[in-house]
Design a binder for this molecule. Structure first.
Ligand SMILES: [Zn+2]
Length: 409
């Protein structure tokens, strides 16, 4: 393994970074290609080591191919779904920051409430960020142009989500084919179609639409990555089940909130529920929120041994009563400022899922708070995660602040 200073790859949708002789490991490390054939050097990509379902490293694969030290470096290199494009970035000599312009744009999907992964998916479609075959070909990736669902047509976003025979059947199954077709007469891009449907459909119907859209793309990925073919019924059934579970979960949450009990949340994919024991640990600092508001404190802790970052989130009211708390962790470990940024993102997403609106956020990571409030132009993972934080805050909340609180230790 060789470490070069300066440029390193930021891993995005992982399609096009060469596995060997490219600085994609954390801190710009490179896996040497000595002894590999030129075919392997040219064609093997980092993305083959990534489990497309969890968006994390495929440990079996990594362990199979590399020696112990290399495995340790790989599994300590974080992958963030917030990073959309693979990009080679440079570290500035002076301040150690990475830079180029990114824009934060917000689209609120009306009053509709959908799970975060579906919201993120809609968002990616609307920004034309979905890695369809058309888009990959456009970026010079050597892949087929054929649609993953029908295997007959050119796969661009509009085709795979709306025009594909399989997509049309899904829209037929949920009695939306007429609406979708009529909107498609006047709109060409997937983003326009979605935004037009947002106006036309009721809140409940749009939620159902969003789940089906997500389920279609999921099916397309299952076909491409795992060679699993699903029927249209299976695609619709998954969407329907997700919708029912999501609505039930929201009802339960509302009941819990009304009772004012502390609820420990089950964590998301890739996150594991740890337990409530250390929730009220003293290192989570606190100042009273304004009257009528709630305050969410965020703390991140790093374990090199366990290769993970732990997050402590807790929400209190103006009287200092605990309303909710959550402990979670994610792996692998990452740089402190990135871990703190992730903590803020998870907190914003958690508060959104709890359907609370009057919450301010507080943490002791000055770099994160400063960038959130006045920063821009950071092209590293730190910037991508914080742009996502800003976007989520702007979309979900009207007047939530993110504030710095110095620790007294
Ligand atoms: Zn198709």
């Amino acid at each position: 393994m060789i470490v070069r200073s300066g440029a390193r790859w930021k891993i995005g949708n992982n399609i096009n970074i060469p596995m060997f002789e490219a600085p994609w490991l954390r801190n710009g490390g490179v896996i040497s290609g000595v002894g590999q054939s030129s075919d392997v050097l040219q064609n093997v990509r980092v993305h083959s080591l990534i489990d497309q379902n969890t968006n994390g490293w495929n440990y079996n694969m990594v362990n199979y191919y590399f020696d112990y030290d290399t495995v340790q470096e790989i599994i300590r290199t974080p992958i963030f779904h917030q990073v959309e494009e693979d990009a080679l970035i440079w570290k500035a000599e002076k301040n150690g920051h990475y830079s180029v312009k990114r824009q934060a744009v917000g689209i609120a999907f009306g009053d509709s409430k959908v799970p975060l992964k579906v919201n993120n998916f809609l968002w990616r479609v609307c920004r034309d960020c979905l890695p369809t075959q058309a888009r990959l070909l456009d970026k010079g990736v050597n892949c087929t142009y054929l649609c993953g669902l029908c295997e007959e047509c050119y796969e661009d976003t509009t085709h795979v989500l709306f025009d594909c025979p399989k997509a049309r059947n899904v829209w037929l199954n949920c009695s939306m084919v007429d609406k979708v077709s009529s909107v498609m007469l006047n709109h060409n891009t997937a983003a326009e179609i979605i935004l037009a449907l947002l106006k036309e459909l009721t809140k409940e119907k749009f939620e159902q639409f969003a789940m089906n859209l997500w389920s279609l793309w999921k099916s397309r990925n299952l076909r491409i990555w795992q060679n699993i073919s699903e029927t249209c019924q299976a695609i619709s059934a998954r969407a329907q089940q997700m919708l029912v579970e999501w609505r039930e979960a929201n009802m339960r949450k509302q009941k819990c909130s009304a009772a004012g009990h502390m609820v420990v949340q089950q964590a998301d994919v890739n996150m594991h529920y740890v337990g409530a024991s250390s929730l009220l640990s003293s290192h989570i600092k606190w100042t009273k929120p304004q009257q009528g508001k709630l305050k969410c404190n965020i703390d991140a802790a790093f374990s090199e041994d366990l290769n993970h970052v732990g997050f402590g989130l807790c929400i209190r009211d103006a009287a200092g009563n605990f309303r909710k708390a959550k402990m979670m962790w994610s792996n692998p470990i990452c740089r402190p400022e990135i871990g703190e940024a992730l903590g803020l993102l998870y907190a914003i997403q958690w508060v959104y899922e709890l359907q609370l609106t009057n919450v301010d956020f507080e943490m002791d990571a000055k770099l994160v708070v400063d960038y959130f409030n006045k920063g821009s132009n950071n092209v590293s993972e730190f910037g991508a995660i914080l742009e996502d934080c800003k976007r989520c805050r702007n979309v979900y909340f009207e007047n939530s602040k993110v504030e710095f609180k110095e620790t007294s230790e």
